[in-house]
Design a protein around this ligand. Structure first.
Ligand code: GAP
Length: 537
C-alpha cells in the first residue's frame, strides 16, 4: 500500500487533517475530522471496555497468575513540577539534536544517516533524513551535486560505506548536512528536553514554570495512595488512564506516527514483587492479543523484547508491540505499544526522591550537600497486605499504548483495493477500508434504491429505529453503486437497501462490505440483524 493513497483518502473523507491548515499547518499536530474522531473514539472505547469496564475480577484470565482488579483515572495534564523531577523526565527525557547553520534546519542526531564517499582523494560523509532505498538515492544525488558530476558519471564516485548513523561520525567538518550545500555546517549534538514548558498563574518566572505531561503514567503514580485509600482495591490491581500527552519532538514525521500532541492509553499494574515477572509475561501477551482481536495480524505485527542497551532508565524488562508501517523501509517495524517492567522505581522515586542506577539497583541521587537532588513527596507509598500482614512497595508492569499510532496502524492494515462488478456487471476498481466492525466509524448505511415509490420513507423508518443504538448513516443521493462505494471507502461494514421488493414482502437487502454478499432481512428485524452481525447483545 502506498502511504500517499491513505493520506489522501484520510483528507478527502474527513478522517485526518493537518492542524491549522488554513494558516499553512503546524508541524507535528493533527486534527481528526468527523469520521476520524469516531474511529479514534472507538479505539479508545474498545481499549477501555476490554481492559477496564468489562474486565471480570472474579475469574483468573488465561495466562494470568491470579484474578485481578482494574479501575480508571483521569488526572490533569499539568501537574506539580516536582513530579517530572522525581520521575526523571526533567533530567533524562531528552534527545540530542544537531542544527544546520546553513539551512537553519534542526535534526535528531540519531535520525540522520549517511554514506562515506570519495572522489579524487576527497572523502566526505553525505547525510540524509531518508531511509532505505530513498536514502541511497538521496545520498547519490547529493554526492553528484557536491562533486559537480553528472548522473552518467556516477561510477566515478567511490562509496566507502553503506548507510551509517550520524552518531558514528566524529568529525563534523567533513559532513554534508541533509539540506546543506557546503561541508561542516552541522553543529555539535546538543541535549534538548522534549517537555513543553508553560507558566501557571500570574508568575511568569521559574517560580510559575510547569510542564505539559509527556506521558499519562505519572498521573497514575502520584494518585496510587489516593486510589488505595479511597477504594477497596487490593494488589494485584491496575489503574488505567487515557489522555493527551505532549512531546516537543525534534522531527515529527510519518503522518501521525510521531506527533507533538498525541493520546496515550496507559495501565500501571501494581503487583507483589515476587509475581512481577509472571505479570509482565501476562501483559505482553494480553496486549498483543488485543491488537490481533481487532484485526492487526500476520507478518506486519510482532512482539519484540528490548535488548539491555535499549531499556529506559527505569525499566528492568520491556517488550514492544510493533507494526510494519508502510512508510518504513521493508523489514522495519515501528512501535505501537511498550510493555515495561518498571519494578518499584516510580513509587520509590515519588516517595524518596529521584533515583539513579547503582550496580544492580537504584539509590536516591544526591547533590554536593548530600541532600536528595530532587526530593520526593515524603509520603508513604508502600502497600500493606491485610491477609499476609506484609508491607512492601508494589512492582509495576506498564502496558503503554498510543491511541493515534493504533489508529494509524488500523487504517494502514484496513486499506484495500480490489475490483467489483458495477451495475452492468463490468469490473470497477474499488478502494475500501476493511476495519473491524467495532472500530468502523459508521456501523451501517441505510439507502432507498430510488427516491420514489415510498422507498425513502421506508428507509428513514429503518434509520430512525437503528440510530439510538448505532452510528448509522442515511443517504439517498446519487446512484446506489456510488453510495456503496462511498461507504466502502470509509469502512462501513454493512449497507441496508430498501428496494422494489420491500413493498411486496417487507424485506430489505443487507450487503457485506468485505464479501459483497447480499441477503434479505425483514425490515422490522434490521436492529436484531445488525446486533447479531456486530456481536452486540
Ligand atoms: N509511560 C511510558 C511511555 O510513555 P513511550 O514508549 O514513550 O512510553 C508509549 O510511549 C506509547 O505512546 C508509544 O508506544 C506510542 O504508541 C505513543 N507515543 C509516544 N510518543 C509518541 C509520539 N510522538 N507521537 C505519537 N505517539 C507517541
Amino acid at each position: 500500500m502506498e502511504m500517499e493513497k491513505l493520506v489522501s483518502l484520510c483528507k478527502r473523507r474527513g478522517i485526518l487533517y493537518q492542524s491549522s491548515e488554513i494558516y499553512g499547518g503546524l508541524n507535528g499536530f493533527w486534527d481528526y475530522g468527523p469520521l476520524g474522531v469516531e474511529l479514534k473514539r472507538n479505539i479508545k472505547e474498545a481499549w477501555w471496555r476490554d481492559m477496564v469496564t468489562s474486565h471480570d475480577e472474579l475469574t483468573v484470565p488465561p495466562g494470568a497468575p491470579s484474578a485481578y482488579e482494574m479501575v480508571g483515572l483521569d488526572s490533569t495534564i499539568i501537574m506539580h513540577p516536582q513530579v517530572w523531577k522525581c520521575s526523571g523526565h526533567y533530567d533524562v527525557f531528552h534527545d540530542f539534536m544537531v542544527d544546520c547553520r546553513q539551512s537553519k534546519k534542526r535534526y535528531r542526531h540519531d535520525q540522520v544517516q549517511g554514506r562515506w564517499v570519495s572522489h579524487h582523494g576527497r572523502r566526505i560523509f553525505v547525510a540524509t533524513e531518508a531511509d532505505g532505498d530513498e536514502a541511497l538515492q538521496d545520498t547519490l544525488h547529493k554526492a553528484l551535486r557536491f562533486f559537480n558530476l553528472r548522473a552518467k558519471d556516477a561510477e566515478r564516485l567511490t562509496w566507502e560505506s553503506g548507510l551509517v548513523c550520524l552518531t558514528e561520525v566524529k568529525d563534523f567538518s567533513v559532513v554534508l548536512g541533509p539540506d546543506a550545500k557546503e561541508l561542516g555546517t552541522l553543529t555539535e549534538p546538543r541535549e534538548y528536553n522534549l517537555m513543553f514548558k508553560t507558566y501557571v498563574g500570574a508568575l511568569s518566572g521559574e517560580e510559575g514554570a510547569a510542564f505539559l505531561r509527556p506521558e499519562t503514567a505519572q498521573g497514575i503514580f502520584v494518585n496510587f495512595k489516593n486510589v488505595v485509600d479511597s477504594t477497596r482495591v487490593a494488589v494485584p490491581f491496575g489503574i488505567a488512564q487515557i489522555g493527551k500527552s505532549f512531546r516537543n519532538e525534534i522531527t515529527p514525521r510519518y503522518f501521525t506516527f510521531r506527533s507533538r500532541e498525541f493520546e496515550q492509553m496507559e495501565i500501571e499494574f501494581f503487583c507483589h514483587p515476587s509475581q512481577s515477572r509472571a505479570w509482565y509475561e501476562y501483559w505482553r501477551n494480553r496486549r498483543y492479543e488485543w491488537y490481533v482481536s481487532l484485526g492487526l495480524a500476520g507478518e506486519r505485527l510482532r512482539l519484540r523484547d528490548h535488548t539491555p542497551e535499549e531499556l529506559s532508565h527505569y525499566s528492568c524488562g520491556t517488550a514492544d508491540i510493533e507494526y510494519a508501517f508502510p512508510f518504513l523501509p521493508p523489514g522495519k517495524f515501528g512501535e505501537l505499544e511498550g510493555i515495561a517492567h518498571r519494578g518499584d522505581f516510580d513509587l520509590r522515586s515519588h516517595m524518596e526522591g529521584k533515583l539513579v542506577r547503582q550496580g544492580d539497583g537504584y539509590v536516591v541521587e544526591r547533590g554536593p550537600d548530600g541532600k536528595p537532588r530532587h526530593p520526593g513527596s515524603g509520603k508513604d507509598l508502600t502497600y500493606f497486605d491485610d491477609q499476609t500482614r506484609e508491607r512492601y512497595i508494589p512492582h509495576v508492569i506498564e502496558p503503554s499504548a498510543g491511541a493515534d499510532r493504533a489508529a494509524l496502524a488500523f487504517l494502514c492494515e484496513a486499506y484495500q483495493e480490489d475490483q467489483v462488478p458495477d451495475e452492468h456487471g463490468n469490473p470497477r476498481d474499488r478502494v475500501f477500508l476493511r476495519l473491524h466492525p467495532r472500530l468502523a466509524p459508521i456501523k451501517a448505511a441505510v439507502f432507498p434504491l430510488v427516491r420514489k415509490e415510498g422507498m425513502p420513507e421506508a428507509a428513514q423508518r429503518i434509520y430512525r429505529a437503528l440510530k439510538p443504538h448505532f452510528n448509522v448513516f442515511y443517504d439517498e443521493k446519487g446512484a446506489v453503486g456510488r453510495r456503496y462505494a462511498r461507504q466502502d471507502e470509509v469502512g462501513t461494514p454493512y449497507c441496508i437497501t430498501v428496494d422494489g421488493q420491500t413493498a411486496l414482502d417487507g424485506t430489505v437487502t443487507f450487503r457485506d462490505r468485505d464479501t459483497l454478499r447480499q441477503w434479505r432481512v425483514r425490515a422490522d428485524d434490521c436492529l436484531a440483524e445488525l446486533r447479531r452481525l456486530l456481536g452486540v447483545t
